[in-house]
Design a protein around this ligand. Structure first.
Ligand code: SF4
Length: 347
């Protein structure tokens, strides 16, 4: 079926990193990082109808900003973005395109039309970060038929209480915890095992145990976790909340690596009285193998053709002047030594 281009908004937003990689914005990545996934964001009349406390797109944000996941998301013509994607394909750097839906009544129809157009005009596989609240019963099937290859579900909060407080009734928001997990289950059924993942954010008020349990749930259902570290989004309701300590984030990264690699199960983890991980329930040799090379500290997300993770989001969880949380490239030996020290930091 041909794309109904009348349903595609002429304007899209893309991450600043994607704009730089496509030559649509000036700048360069610190430490020579390159971006392997072009992240796009829907731009629809009136914007996102939800009100998540940590998101710069929330309808009740304290200040009008264009940032979302720490960085700016400039607006560009869809035609221009697609032309640049075509121009860079074949160079091997951009290995995936991801469309993030917003919570909006037109979001699904537009996403389906846009995926059809992208599938027809550009080569890299397409992920869709879906908005379960507006997906409807056949939304995932329509996205798959349109040509999407994978799906992400941004559950973000590790517990139902946090979800309700930060995304649901607590902020007069429309989202519901169980609907998000149901959407993940449907995505795995429609796209296939391993072809859907959940986004979880560390630092929203959950314990390391809460997070590890949510990651194990995602794994047991058949997919994997794409892990983020909370960053206080200017203009969001949580703009004054501090970032989580690096020690907890390193333990969360190692836990994710072990759980998603089927090397450990959360039920065997040991915790202190604050719910912090003090043991992963596996021998020292398994831990050493996991730490070797530092892959467990790299960004987790949808894969590329020649890179394990295309969606490497350089500097999306920290400023370039701050310690890297998700490494968009392999950590150096010095990076790795620092990560090992942070792993056992319980300050
Ligand atoms: S991990 Fe990246 S590419 Fe995959 S769904 Fe999430 S944002 Fe999109």
């Amino acid at each position: 079926m041909a794309s109904d281009l009348s349903r595609v908004n002429p304007t899209l937003r893309l991450s600043l990193a994607a704009a730089m990689e496509l030559g649509l914005a000036r700048g360069f990545f610190a430490r020579g990082a390159r971006l392997h996934c072009v992240n796009l964001l829907q731009e629809l009349p009136g914007g996102c109808r939800a009100n998540c406390a940590f998101c710069g797109l929330g309808r009740q944000r304290l200040a009008r900003r264009d940032s979302f996941i720490r960085v700016d998301w400039p607006r560009r013509a869809a035609d221009e973005i697609i032309a640049r994607l075509r121009a860079v394909q074949g160079r091997g750097v951009v290995q995936r395109v991801c469309l993030s839906m917003i919570t909006h009544p037109q979001a699904l129809d537009e996403a389906v039309a846009l995926v059809e157009r992208l599938r027809a005009e550009v080569a890299p596989p397409i992920s869709v970060l879906v908005a379960p609240t507006v997906l409807g019963h056949d939304g995932l099937t329509r996205l798959r038929r349109a040509g999407a290859e994978r799906v992400g579900v941004a559950i973000d909060c590790a517990t139902p209480e946090l979800f309700s407080r930060l995304r649901g009734p607590g902020v007069a928001g429309p989202h519901r915890w169980e609907l998000y997990w149901d959407a993940y289950a449907w995505a795995l059924a429609v796209f296939g095992p391993g072809l859907a993942g959940v986004h979880l954010i560390h630092g929203l008020g959950e314990s390391e145990r809460d997070l590890a349990r949510a990651m194990q749930r995602a794994r047991d259902m058949g997919g994997a976790t794409h892990l983020f570290s909370f960053f206080p989004e200017a203009g969001s309701l949580l703009q004054d909340r501090p970032q989580p300590p690096l020690g907890g984030y390193r333990r969360a990264q190692l836990a994710r690596w072990l759980i998603d690699g089927d090397l450990a199960v959360e039920a065997d983890f040991a915790y202190d009285d604050q719910g912090r991980i003090v043991g992963f329930g596996v021998g020292a040799a398994v831990i050493e193998a996991a730490l070797e090379g530092g892959q467990c500290f790299m960004t987790s997300g949808c894969p590329g053709q020649s890179v394990a993770v295309a969606c490497n989001r350089p500097f999306a969880n920290e400023r370039p002047s701050q310690p890297l949380r998700n490494f968009p490239f392999a950590p150096t030996p010095d990076d790795l030594a620092l990560c090992r020290a942070q792993l056992v930091d319980y300050a």
